[in-house]
Write a protein that binds this ligand. Structure first.
Ligand code: PHB
Ligand code: FE
Length: 328
């Protein structure tokens, strides 16, 4: 079944002058032309470069609205309530709030999910891969010309136990995932595993650096190991994180290689809070009340460690859990 046939209540137009469908979701209207995404709502209008918009949209779709807030930029974004999703304009922008120009609507997750999926597929032209580094993809600009459904619907790696465990996510090979140009020097040795008879299904190990050296996507944490609600979500980063993530829980970062610079701001107002430069071996905890965006000059490896407990947002909101993992 193609995305066009998907049963849903997605509201869209026939192709416009540039060949792209326009979409409506509640009071929001979405239009793309050769260079921009144009977003309007009953009291306002916003414009974003189409490359920034599609890269953010791709992640919001692939991560099913992620943890907390996904800001596409300083105006537009979504908040996940795990069952419903808010879409907002100006909600986390102090100037919009003071001028009472902010707008927010809440939808059942399937409706916004289907609308975003259809928009991402229709607005992504042949050759453009929103998950790729800008150095490894063609341009998103221009009139409608083909599509890239395989790229925008690629399967997200989500291990049930761990990569390499029998029946779980497979380790990567030359056939499926060639080594990325920026990680040509990464050792491809794999650990030897000698489980006792009867434990073949329980004992496993793999080379995480080799695994990550073969990632064809950027800024896309994938789940490689799971212990109850503790998820190891490593990712390879090049250029700029296409969203500004507003946390609803604490998140740990372990910089596995190279360097990332993080801009950290107040989650609700966007006021600057910190500039964090993380070099290989550095560990940081991002508090539960901030938003952050990373910059990686050279492709780097980052381990994002998530606590997926569904109780956390409420515990933090009611003050029962701290926004910091430790108080000194
Ligand atoms: C984050 O918001 O914490 C995040 C998202 C994607 C990444 C890295 C970090 O690739
Ligand atoms: Fe984050």
């Amino acid at each position: 079944m193609s995305i066009d046939d998907a049963p849903s209540d997605v509201v869209s137009s026939d192709p416009n002058a540039e060949g792209y469908r326009e979409f409506d979701l509640g009071g929001f209207h979405f239009r793309r032309d050769e260079f921009f995404a144009h977003i309007s709502w009953p009291t306002g209008y916003h414009v974003m470069s189409i490359d920034t918009f599609l890269r953010a949209l791709q992640r919001d779709v692939a991560w099913d609205f992620f943890y907390g807030t996904v800001n596409f930029d300083h105006v537009f974004g979504t908040v996940n309530h795990y069952g419903t999703v808010d879409m907002f304009a100006g909600r986390f922008n102090e100037a919009y709030r003071k001028a009472e120009l902010d707008h927010l609507e809440n939808y059942e997750t399937p409706l916004i999910r289907d609308t975003f999926k259809a928009m991402l597929d229709d607005w992504t032209i042949a050759g453009f891969d929103p998950f790729a580094s800008p150095a490894e993809t063609a341009t998103p600009f221009g009139a409608k010309a083909g599509s890239n459904t395989a790229a925008v619907t690629r399967r997200r790696v989500t291990a049930a136990r761990m990569v390499g465990v029998p029946g779980d996510e497979a380790v990567r090979t030359d056939e499926t995932h060639p080594i990325n140009r920026m990680f040509a020097d990464v050792s491809q040795d794999e650990p030897e595993v000698h489980p006792e008879p009867g434990f073949e299904n329980e004992v496993a190990a793999f080379n995480l650096f080799a695994y990550l050296s073969r990632s064809d996507v950027t800024w896309n944490p994938s789940v490689v190991s799971v212990c109850k609600n503790s998820l190891y979500c490593p990712t390879t980063e090049e250029y700029i994180l296409p969203i500004v993530h507003g946390n609803d829980r604490v998140e740990w970062f372990v910089q596995l290689s190279d360097e990332i610079v993080w801009d950290v701001q107040d989650r609700d107002t966007g006021a600057a809070r910190a500039k964090v430069t993380m070099r290989a071996g550095d560990v940081a905890a991002m508090p539960g009340d901030i938003r952050h965006q990373g910059y990686s000059s050279k492709r780097s490896m980052l381990l994002v460690w998530e606590n997926a407990s569904p109780e956390l947002p409420e515990l933090i909101r009611t003050g029962k859990a701290s926004v910091y993992p430790v108080e000194f």
